[in-house]
Design a protein around this ligand. Structure first.
Ligand code: GLU
Length: 374
């Protein structure tokens, strides 16, 4: 897709601001930079863009306020730091946006909030209402209550899921680097900036590596994963240097700054994206070759006859992965039967379900409407 066409169509933007931009570990909250970003975002709003911000920096700001020497070592201390830092973070945004006559709203989310379809839709309605009123929502992970199982883990992931939540047209990740390099510029001076990534392939993932910066959680790897998730819902992603003034506008004007990741042409619907990326899988179904081919090539539902065995414990409506005999996951879907019952009917014909279980919730173990290819 052409860059100019893509950008000219974009109206609703999710802009993720990393810790390294607003609260680098060594310096605490960067109020001057927040003021500059608020001005740039306010300008975008005046030009007709709707902007949803996702901002990190709560923990880093809290660490500084508490006078701690480095990253908190324990989870309770990290959560306390987040609670202490979040209010300063939001206050800095509130004050900065007020100078441009713009109101902001704090929205703190956990993965669980988005994994529950009812709460997902509710969060969407709230965010869309805020946009209707010209307010800039500022989202962060609710670190204070988020324990491991319900965490997004990093704000790049959160921002990608928010992109799907609000049906945004563009995801912009503001970091402390210019974009994706062929090699980590902090370690290898031969690395060159990639201006365009047409598709997040295994090679691109390898380039991004596992490196995390000192402040943020995710590093380049989680940014590339975020771009991949956004691409799956038909949305382009940009990685830009948020420390440099004017880049956001330059990018939106069509200038070749940062790295642009193109969207996939075949986009997942919002609901299928939610199944694929927001829900944590509760178990795995090992399928035979026939079932795999029927799902991948025929777009069929999953019937009990193709299931060889199950792993994990799950309830009706939970997300499960479909894996082949080599253990490779190729699809994910919402299950119609609990694990104990799938264990009983696996390998059987659908017509035998009522006899085996004493009832039937349908012929399909996963209906194709609830099944997403990975
Ligand atoms: N939610 C964390 C914070 O506000 C940051 C997570 C991340 O850096 O991705 O401090």
């Amino acid at each position: 897709m052409d860059r100019t066409v893509l950008l000219s169509k974009a109206r609703r933007l999710v802009v993720n601001i990393g810790s390294a931009v607003v609260a680098p570990a060594e310096n605490g909250l960067q109020t001057t930079r927040i003021e500059r970003l608020a001005r740039e975002v306010s300008d975008c709003c005046r030009e007709g863009y709707e902007v949803i911000l996702v901002s990190s920096g709560a923990i880093a700001a809290g660490v500084r306020k508490l006078g701690l020497a480095g990253k908190p070592a324990t989870i309770p201390l990290k959560q306390a730091a987040a609670a202490i830092g979040q209010s300063s973070l939001l206050w800095a945004y509130e004050r900065s946006f007020a100078k441009h006559g713009r109101k902001v709203a704090q929205v703190l989310l956990t993965r669980e909030d988005l994994a529950n379809r009812h709460r997902f839709l509710n969060a969407r309605n709230t965010l869309l209402t805020l946009l209707e009123y010209g307010v800039v929502p500022i989202i962060n992970e609710n670190d204070t209550v988020a324990v491991e199982e319900i965490r997004f883990g990093d704000n790049d992931t959160l921002a990608a899921l928010v992109t799907n939540l609000v049906g945004a047209d563009l995801l912009i990740l503001l970091s402390d680097v210019e974009g994706l390099y062929t090699a980590d510029p902090r370690k290898d001076s031969r690395g060159t900036l990639l201006p365009l990534v047409e598709r997040v392939t295994a090679e691109v993932e390898a380039i991004a590596g596992e490196s995390g910066g000192p402040e943020g959680t995710g590093g380049m790897a989680s940014k590339v994963q975020a771009a991949k998730r956004a691409a799956a819902s038909g949305v382009a992603t940009a990685i830009l240097n948020g420390k440099r003034a004017g880049l956001l506008k330059a990018f939106l004007r069509g200038e070749a700054v940062g790295t642009l990741f193109l969207p996939r042409e075949s986009r997942l619907t919002s609901r299928k994206h939610w199944i694929a990326y927001t829900l944590a899988p509760k178990g795995r179904l090992v399928l035979d070759k026939g079932a795999k081919a029927a799902i991948l090539k025929g777009g069929k539902s999953l019937l009990p006859s193709g299931i060889l065995r199950i792993e994990g414990r799950f309830a009706v409506g939970d997300a499960v992965l479909c894996v082949d005999e080599a253990g490779e996951a190729f699809a994910k879907g919402l299950i119609n039967y609990p694990s104990a019952e799938v264990g009983q009917i696996c390998g059987a014909k659908s017509s035998e379900i009522p006899r085996i279980l004493g009832y039937s919730a349908g012929d399909e173990v996963i209906h194709r409407d609830n099944l997403v290819l990975l």
